[in-house]
Design a protein around this ligand. Sequence first.
Ligand code: NDP
Ligand code: 2IT
Length: 450
Amino acid sequence: MSYTQRILAEVSNKYPHQVFFLQALKEILHSLEPELTKNKIYEEHSILERLVIPERSISFRVPWVDDSGKVQVNTGYRIEFNSALGPYKGGLRFHPSVNEDIIKFLGFEQILKNSLTTLAMGGGKGGSDFDPKEKSENEVMRFCQSFMNELYRHIGERSDVPAGDIGVGAREIGYLFGQYKKLTNRFDGVLTGKGLRWGGSLVRKEATGYGSVYFAQAMLEGKGDSLEGKIACVSGSGNVAIYTIEKLYALGAKPVTASDSKGMIYDCEGIELGLLKELKEVQRVSLSEYAKMRPSAKYIPIEEYTKGRNEVWSIPCDVAFPSATQNELNGADAKVLLENGCICVSEGANMPSTLEAIDQFIQARICYGPAKASNAGGVATSGLEMSQNASMHSWSFDEVDEKLRGIMRGIYENASQTAEEFAERDNLVLGANIAGFRKVAMAMIEQGVV
Ligand code: NDP
Ligand code: 2IT
């Protein structure tokens, strides 16, 4: 049994119910196999044994009072996974599906993603099973305040810097920051994704979506192609999806789909971005409203999806941007995408493709950008926000955007050159995992057994 197989077996035995964490681990360990076979230093230092266990894992009660006066209780999490490269860094997710398994998979991915950005950030993730949907402003505020009443003692601008993820955007970051400041009497860069008036960075809001499109552009250019004139399918209609669509238009592509948890829209004329922003960022309503206002759009509710499929991926396209959530693109979806001639998949969401889907993309040798590489633009720009906070400067939109573009190109080059060392130039899963891992592992070795 190889080193990676032994570790996977041990973790599977210990945490058989952590299916998302095991899925992420399986993908990563499989990619690391050739590197770990070639180089025994990692096994000599028990790097994998240490890497798979979080440095610290916190879970806590979050009680709050709803508008009717009733006490509600949620569970909060912060998993501080690895600090070899810098302070723990990663988002907070507020969604009813959140549990320790989900936060562990996200935190584990974050370690290697943050390493790829080249910035000094370790990996962490947190969140709660709280559902911000259909809550009043005051309920969201009270929940965020209660969440921070515990979280504040674990975080700090030099130790652990949370940000947004699903269900946590500018509004939630504002309430979280306000409560942190009240409790600690400190105005510092403890969170990223802050408002532009009080320490936030330009481009952070747009960064994950823009970055995912820059990554697709770099992959296509590697094959002498471009996004110009391409039809794009995008899933999701949140922060990542909206700014993916915006940048796709800027680079000459035509995005024709968007989705949410209740259904999807197909707009053959191209998604009307202003309308999408109004419905999702301002009114926070279902996508079914979009179709009522656009004659060129068709709304398909989730109940009408073909069984076992995500209907977004059945719309013929050249390029695909899964930007909603984990496992939203399975083996059957991948097959249809490939049959329809899709040549590029850039993941905006975390772990959106199942292992079966990934296998098919690799076999077909299309441009496939795995999440930890292609969606690293968000956290990279969080790193730029931290730099600006530390130096008390703020950079212009173009300055940050240019840095983001350079970081995404650098990640593509690093991943493809690393893959090439193993004679698999097109396999960016292998390249990204090995490149991200090497840096973290060497830092751990140099810092001793801690
Ligand atoms: P948002 O909360 O802004 O939007 C999430 C979108 O995905 C919404 O359209 C939501 O629909 C949909 N969605 C969420 N859960 C499900 C589900 N179980 N089934 C179907 N649709 C779902 O989140 P973000 O855009 O920030 O995050 C999207 C993805 O990108 C996540 O995987 C996140 O981890 C990842 N990511 C985010 C980064 C960031 O900077 N924000 C950085 C890197 C990755 P509905 O509104 O109906 O719930
Ligand atoms: O998954 C991710 O990289 C994020 N949600 C962004 C994390 C961050 O710290 O900006």
